[in-house]
Design a protein. Structure first.
Lengths: 302, 336, 267
């Protein structure tokens, strides 16, 4: 009857655009953090992460299943260890990447050789480059990776959570009366600290401390004398080595009992993974620093 | 019997044909193996086109491995030839292609380029090349007080400049803390992984004229080994020949190093090995170094790529690990 | 019409402040056996270098076959004059044949592609110098005297008009000394090559030379026939020691005898 024909026509007209548009909309063009226009698939199934921090973020967004390959030092979360390795992020193995038939590669500006990105693109593999260099851009990176991996909701949720925690720290620190002098030691021999253009500096400042090594050199070296002259109130040592090394380093500083940090027993060793990767774990690092620098503020809310 | 064919041509052709065959084999081997496992059968089927083209394998073989193998061949040829020429020019069997400050100068140029954040191509390549040529000019200026023909002057200046550059390099390395340090280290150890066909083309265009020029001067090189003055009495224009060889070879080695970093031991070992097999006549040795050196380098790069499950090793490590014992063995052979 | 092989006029050369040669003039007839003698430091080596074209004299004229040496193109000169060095330190394992063949370079192009003709000439030179058994040996496997013959064979391959030798008998065994000198004599008589030699052995020079040149402090002290040049006055002036000059028992040349202090009859 006529009404059936009418329904059929409406149905077809409604369905038709979906049928026609679907294959065309399988990819989209986006702009990455270096201003490059990249055509990425809507549903990337074979993603290769070219840096450990990117691997972490992908898993944090619950999108680990999309990853086909990661770099050698992608060790967090533990599930990442099972994935095939494509070389270290400064020395990538082109052949291994191509063998995984990726439909998207996510790269990081500091570290990945530009040449590799160019070669991958010449082989028709899209490369999206991120450039997280402070908390704000890290959160932006999480959002962008969320968009790339179809996890917009998880991303905004994660970012909101990060932001909340950062604001909480900031509001607590606003009540602090004193900014302790912090010496953050990332290198044992020679003694290396962090300058202004590092994540750690930003964290120290937000956590209410003064970074004694602030300055234009990102990783300045100090003689023991120089550090003594700073008279640090807190020394934080991060290393990827075992506890035994920490005891040795601590003993080195304890030779100088006049230093406030030694007098007040405020020499701490922490896991460097919370401080040197541009990932959500940096916020964990921030909270950790708050506990170390302003224990009095933390006890208040407890 | 054809009385017109010079006997030396037969020797050159025989030696070259044998080595070209070896080179061809090395190329096939080089593109068949890599850091990803693919059955040899698959590869041959792909090469011969008998199977459905697997685009991933095709890409790996022709767009990743093939340029790399060609680059290795060019690098091996240039470095071996460089060693051969300097051994003849300086009449010193211990001479190697970097001896005139090329390693020091190019390394400093490359490090400056890397620290400045330049991309590997063309930025770092150009800074490395500039550094190398600048050092060469410095050495020529330093030893021009004594005549360029006094081989010891040139040699000593080169050694001193390299030593000084090594100190500068150590300083630069010590003040670098971030990921650029990795890039520097890989450059210093030799890295063939970054070139594509375009770069192979540029390097080939730069090197091939140098190869021909050196071959053209291979007989004067024989005569130079008799002593500079002796060569002159045999009709050689020693000033022109020495200068041309020096410039062409330095240029050739500098261009090579700019692309792939400092790959050592090839230029020292290959000429000796080939001399042991083919004799000291440079008319045979020049093509032998070109084809034999290329084969050796492809082989070393293959080992660097596939040996360790952990990942690629720098090719300079392999050439040293193979080259050093090989050189000691050759030394023992020749002292008997 | 005896064309001169070499004519030198007022050759002078200094190295910095050091005057090594001063107004040296001499004349070497074609087909001559011409030997230059004198003590160390008298300028013999420098003179050799100038004659062979390696060194350009600061002053004076040098004519080879009646043409100024400056007018000779490098390869043309190599076809006219062949040089035999005193000792050669070749670190690379060339065979005797390969080294002898190098003498053909002045006749060949850039790549030195030797043809059958060149190989024939090399074989003849090897035969002439009695090196046939050693033709395929490496140079460093030969004795000093044998090596010297290789360089002479190479010089012969250059098909020169003049052969220059720099103290060829120095550090050679007695047997080889005579052998080399006889070889030179043979080159002179059989091939008409002019032989010009620097020698430290006065007696040997006296027995073979057609003409002698005695150098002292960079200047020509005396030149001419052996009997004219070798007298005790000239030699004592040149060499600064007591000598006895008489006639060799062979009767054909003067003989020089050194006088040890214990036999000295002079006050």
């Amino acid at each position: 009857m006529i009404i059936f024909r009418y329904i059929t026509v409406v149905f077809v007209i409604a369905i038709l655009p979906l049928i026609l548009l679907e294959p065309i909309a399988a990819a989209k063009t986006v702009t990455d953090q270096l201003g490059r226009r990249v055509t990425v698939p809507n549903e990337p199934q074979r993603v290769v992460s070219l840096a450990p921090s990117i691997t972490e973020i992908a898993f944090a967004l619950d999108q680990g299943h999309r990853l086909q390959g990661v770099t050698t030092y992608s060790d967090f979360p533990p599930e990442a260890l099972k994935l095939p390795k494509v070389g270290s992020y400064v020395h990538l193995d082109l052949e291994k990447i191509v063998a995984l038939k990726p439909d998207l590669c996510i790269a990081i500006k500091d570290g990945n050789p530009r040449v590799i990105a160019q070669r991958l693109e010449s082989l028709k593999i899209p490369v999206y480059v991120v450039h997280p260099n402070n908390l704000e851009t890290i959160m932006k990176t999480v959002l962008e990776i969320g968009t790339l991996l179809n996890a917009k909701d998880q991303a905004s949720h994660l970012v909101k959570n990060m932001d909340l925690r950062i604001q909480r720290v900031k509001s607590l620190v606003a009540k602090a009366t004193h900014r302790p002098r912090v010496f953050f030691q990332i290198g044992v021999s020679p003694i290396v600290s962090v300058g202004t253009h590092t994540f750690i500096h930003e964290l120290i400042v937000i956590a209410g401390g003064t970074n004694l090594a602030s300055g234009s050199i990102s990783y300045p070296r100090f003689s023991r004398e120089k550090v003594l002259a700073f008279s640090p109130e807190i020394i934080i040592i991060t290393s990827m080595a075992r506890k035994t090394i920490f005891e040795k380093v601590k003993a080195e500083w304890e030779k100088w009992p006049n230093m406030p940090a030694v007098r007040n027993q405020r020499i701490y060793v922490e896991d460097s993974n919370f401080f040197d990767r541009p990932t959500p774990r940096l916020v964990d690092g921030l909270e950790l620093l708050l506990r170390l620098i302003h224990p009095e503020l933390v006890e208040k809310i407890q | 019997m054809n009385t017109k064919t010079p006997h030396i041509i037969k020797r050159v052709v025989t030696a070259s044909s044998f080595l070209i065959l070896l080179l061809g084999f090395a190329i096939v081997l080089g593109i068949s193996m890599g850091s990803t496992d693919s059955g040899i059968k698959d590869i041959f089927q792909n090469l011969l086109g008998t199977k459905e083209p697997d685009s991933m394998l095709y890409t790996i073989i022709w767009q990743i491995r093939f340029p790399r193998v060609l680059l290795a061949a060019l690098v091996g040829a240039a470095l071996s030839l460089g060693g051969l020429v300097f051994q003849a020019l300086l009449r010193n069997p211990l001479a190697e292609p970097y001896i005139l400050g090329i390693s020091g100068g190019s390394a400093i140029g490359a490090i400056i380029g890397i620290l400045a954040g330049l991309s590997r191509f063309p930025g770092v390549t150009l800074t490395a090349f500039t550094g190398s040529i600048a050092t060469l000019l410095l050495i020529l200026a330093m030893s021009s007080g004594q005549t360029i023909l006094k081989k010891d002057a040139l040699l000593l200046s080169g050694v001193m400049v390299n030593a000084f550059c090594a100190a500068v390099i150590m300083f630069l390395v010590s003040i670098t803390q971030d990921s650029r340090l990795h890039n520097i280290i890989f450059w210093l150890m030799g890295d063939l992984s970054l070139g594509d066909m375009k770069h192979v083309g540029i390097l080939a265009a730069t090197l091939l004229p140098c190869f021909f020029l050196v071959f053209w001067l291979s007989n004067p090189m024989n005569l130079l080994l008799m002593g500079k003055e002796m060569a002159q009495t045999l009709g050689v224009n020693i000033k022109a020949v020495t200068f041309t060889l020096l410039v062409a070879t330095s240029f050739m080695v500098s261009a090579t190093v700019s692309y792939c970093g400092l790959v050592g031991f090839v230029g020292l070992v290959m000429p000796h090995m080939l001399r042991l097999v083919f004799g000291p006549d440079h008319r045979v040795l020049v093509p032998a170094c070109i084809f034999g050196g290329g084969t050796y380098m492809i082989f070393c790069d293959l080992v660097a790529r596939t040996f360790s499950k952990q990942g690629e090793m720098p090719v300079g490590v392999i050439t040293a690990m193979i080259g050093a014992p090989l050189f000691i063995y050759l030394l023992k052979r020749s002292s008997r | 019409m005896n064309k001169a092989a070499i004519t030198a006029k007022n050759l002078s050369h200094s190295f910095g402040e050091n005057i090594v040669l001063k107004n040296v003039s001499f004349h070497v007839p074609r087909g001559d056996f011409f030997i230059i003698i004198g003590p160390n430091g008298s300028g013999k080596t420098t003179l050799m270098k100038i004659i062979s074209g390696i060194l350009k004299p600061q002053n004076g004229q040098l004519k080879i076959l009646n043409r100024s040496i400056d007018q000779y193109h490098r390869k043309a000169l190599a076809r006219t004059i062949a040089f035999v060095p005193q000792m050669n330190f070749v670190d690379f394992p060339f065979t005797v044949t390969e080294i002898v063949l190098m003498g053909r370079s002045p006749y060949l192009g850039m790549l030195g592609l030797e043809e059958d003709n060149d190989l024939e000439i090399a074989h003849q030179a090897i035969a002439f110098t009695d090196l046939e058994n050693l033709a395929h040996r490496k140079l460093d496997q030969l004795s000093g005297g044998e090596q010297q013959r290789v360089f002479i064979a190479r010089a012969i391959c250059q098909e020169p008009d003049i052969i220059l030798l720099d103290e060829p008998t120095a550090s050679l065994d007695l047997a080889y000394q005579v052998r080399i000198m006889d070889l030179m004599e043979q080159l002179k008589t059989e091939k008409g090559i002019s032989v010009v030699m620097v020698s430290h052995d006065v007696n040997l020079a006296a027995m073979y030379a057609d003409h002698l040149l005695l150098l002292h402090n960079g200047q020509v002290l005396c030149q001419g026939l052996p009997d004219e040049v070798i007298t005790y006055q000239t030699l004592e002036t040149a060499y600064g020691c007591t000598l006895l000059v008489d006639e060799s028992p062979l009767g054909k040349s003067p003989r020089v005898t050194l006088v040890p202090r214990k036999y000295s009859i002079r006050e």
